[in-house]
Design a binder for this molecule. Sequence first.
Ligand SMILES: [Zn+2]
Length: 97
Amino acid sequence: MTGKHIPQRTCIGCREVQGKRQLVRVVRQADGHARIDLTGKQPGRGAYVHVKPACWQAALAGGRLAHALKMSNLSDDDRAELQAYAAALPIEDETET
Ligand SMILES: [Zn+2]
């Protein structure tokens, strides 16, 4: 791996395209659970969300995350886990570009 090419991913919360570093991956694991994949390397279908509470709220609220992961629904446990993660994120203001 050369590291020269920066993969671009779309945040499913706000639909902006960004380099992977600003995004956190959620993976649908083989057991059917949606979990945060901090390594970005877990096998399974992945979706990306900004490291911002607002993007997580948008991703979780409209069922977008489940849709992106090709799941009919997130389980209550998975949703609670993801919401807890989102709630712990620092709130950034939007002044930086
Ligand atoms: Zn976003």
